[in-house]
Design a protein around this ligand. Structure first.
Ligand code: ADP
Ligand code: MG
Length: 301
């Protein structure tokens, strides 16, 4: 009440009573337990503390029945609120990334790709390269696991709360062309530049139109030293010229991408074909990590 009097006095001077200014419900008499619960629920909602709301009674009971020091009660509630917020942020990041499937590095069989340094990939999964705005280019034949690795790195970034976007090169160019035609290119470019990590999957040998190649170049140059980009391709860098249809444009793209880059050279046998050749009992993880698979609560294609 002392606070209400004090703030009331201060606000009277400014001519605005507190109840009108911020509409804080005032309790004049001690509330009954039910009134108190209702008010507390409303306050916790206004303060956007849903985990306080859902857990305070259970925790209070636990503290009472276990005779715990009540001074730890608020700390436990605050921790529960923070953990829940972090969980929701990660879930949101995974959803916003629009991965085509949920893949993790845990389910990647590194022995199948001897040219790929597992420690290097695990180091990348710590996401420090994103803080340094470095890029990753994964190169290898179809079915070697490039997309799997790219999603795994994307998931690792989401787990750190970073914003991630996943898109195939073809869809990206289609979206850019559509956005240009519909006069909303700037908005799309801003979104693409905003991701801490943008994954452009399957830059393959489909020659781009000049407009498509230029729009892709714009994305790469707008992201240069602002965010990290992962590109997967079945073509070695020397052959990217053919995709861009212009040596000048391809050099400009590669120049920006490879200034700070980690190249993942992935050589080996197509993973699925290799799995299919093996007897059922020897197949990796009984299919774990293979095909489109969505785990509950995360990622929607
Ligand atoms: P790419 O993008 O190189 O064409 P993908 O990443 O799409 O290949 O791999 C094809 C399928 O095989 C996916 O379901 C992927 O999860 C799986 N796969 C590929 N390589 C591996 C591996 N080394 N360990 C586990 N799964 C793999
Ligand atoms: Mg792929």
């Amino acid at each position: 009440m002392a606070y209400a009097k004090l703030s009331g006095a201060l606000l009277v001077q400014k001519g605005a009573p507190i109840a009108e200014a911020v509409s804080v419900p005032r309790v004049t008499a001690a509330p009954t337990t039910r009134e108190g619960d209702g008010l507390l629920a409303r306050h916790l909602k206004s303060l956007k503390l849903p985990t306080f709301l859902s857990q305070h009674q259970r925790l209070a009971q636990q503290f009472t029945s276990e005779g715990l020091d009540p001074s730890g009660y608020l700390l436990r509630l605050a921790e529960a609120e923070l953990i829940e917020r972090e969980r929701q942020l990660i879930e949101r990041r995974i959803k916003q990334a629009r991965f085509p499937a949920v893949k993790n590095l845990d389910s990647f069989d590194f022995a199948a790709v001897p040219s790929l340094d597992k420690n290097r990939v695990l180091e990348l999964a710590r996401c420090e390269y994103i803080a340094r705005q470095e890029n990753v280019i994964a190169i290898g034949e179809l079915g070697i696991g490039k997309t799997h690795i790219a999603i795994g790195l994307g998931m690792a970034a989401c787990q750190k709360g970073l914003s991630v976007g996943f898109i195939t090169a073809i869809s990206l160019i289609r979206e850019l062309l559509e956005a240009r035609d519909e006069q909303r290119l700037l908005r799309l470019q801003r979104r693409l530049t905003g991701y801490k990590l943008l994954i452009i999957d399957e830059l393959a040998y489909v020659p781009l139109t000049t407009a498509g190649a230029e729009l892709l170049f714009d994305v790469v140059s707008q992201r240069y030293e602002r965010g990290s980009t992962i590109i997967t391709s079945n073509l070695p860098l020397e052959e990217w010229y053919e995709v861009f249809g212009s040596r000048q444009l391809a050099s400009a793209v590669m120049d920006r991408l490879t200034h700070h880059v980690h190249i993942l050279d992935m050589q080996g046998e197509n993973y699925r074909l290799r799995q299919n050749k093996r007897p059922q009992s020897q197949r990796q993880g009984n299919g774990a990590g293979r095909g489109k698979r969505t785990e509950p609560g995360v990622g929607r294609g």
